[in-house]
Structures are given as C-alpha cells and as structure tokens.
Ligand binder design. Structure first.
Ligand SMILES: [Zn+2]
Ligand SMILES: [Zn+2]
Length: 142
C-alpha cells in the first residue's frame, strides 16, 4: 500500500513521486479540464497532499488559479501539465499521464453532463460530482 511511483513533466525538469493509494481515480469531462489541457477528457488520480512530493524542479512549477477550487500546475520549461491542487477537497489531482508507471484504474466518470467524448465503458457516470465531493450525486447514462 505504501508503494512509491515516479512521475515527471514532458521534459523531465520537474520530477515527483506519489506514495500509497489514491483517494479516487477516474475521468473528468468538464469544460475547464478540456480548455486547459486541450484534450477531450482528463484522467485524474486524487491524493492527500502529503502523498505527493516534488523531488526535482520545484522552482520550475507554475501555478494558475482561475478559481480558488483548482490551482493548476505545469512545468515552466516545457509547458507540460503536472497536477491540480483542490484545496477545498483537501486533495491533489496528479494527472494519470504524469505518473505513467502507476497502475491507473478508473472508477468513475465525473462532469459527464459536459462530455464531448462519450466513453461507453460501463463505469458509473456523474452529471457533475459525487455528493461526497460536493456535487449533486446525479448519475447519467453512458
Ligand atoms: Zn518540463
Ligand atoms: Zn475537470
């Protein structure tokens, strides 16, 4: 359970580790993730902040906050995305793509009400977020 996985940005200037097991993982279909990442869907893994350690290039990390709920972080050298702090949730979303060795296994799709890419994988789909994450808890079909 306390296995450590290494991750990095696109160029390698920023390196980090995650330790243990995430609080949740899945796919986010929200407009904000789509606009910021320029990709249709964001694969997320949510960790308690103490499980995420930047091991190299902390001074290379830029942060952008459109709102206080999401502090989006990227590498200033390559522009590659790293993670998003969610202070309200008390969790850090380390993008699955940032930690390629971590055995990502999605459990849920969130903000599926905003999807531009339907994924008919049979996993639970939330219109926005589960109740325990501050959402409506309303499920929607594949
Ligand atoms: Zn980089
Ligand atoms: Zn999102």
């Amino acid at each position: 359970m306390d296995k450590t996985y290494k991750g990095s940005c696109f160029c390698g200037a920023v390196q980090l580790t995650v330790n243990g097991a995430p609080a949740g993982m899945g796919y986010c279909h929200c407009e904000s993730c789509r606009k910021w990442s320029a990709g249709p869907v964001n694969a997320f893994t949510l960790w308690p902040p103490e499980a995420v350690k930047v091991t190299k290039g902390a001074d290379q990390i830029g942060t952008y906050k459109k709102t206080e709920t999401s502090h989006r972080k990227w590498c200033k050298t390559c522009g590659g995305h790293l993670m998003t702090d969610h202070p309200g949730m008390g969790l850090v979303d380390v993008y699955a793509a940032t930690i390629p060795d971590f055995p990502f296994a999605a459990g849920i799709h969130v903000h599926y009400g905003e999807t531009k890419l339907r994924i008919t994988d049979g996993l639970p789909k939330m219109k926005d977020l589960p109740k325990e994450m501050g959402g409506s808890g309303i499920g929607v079909p594949d």
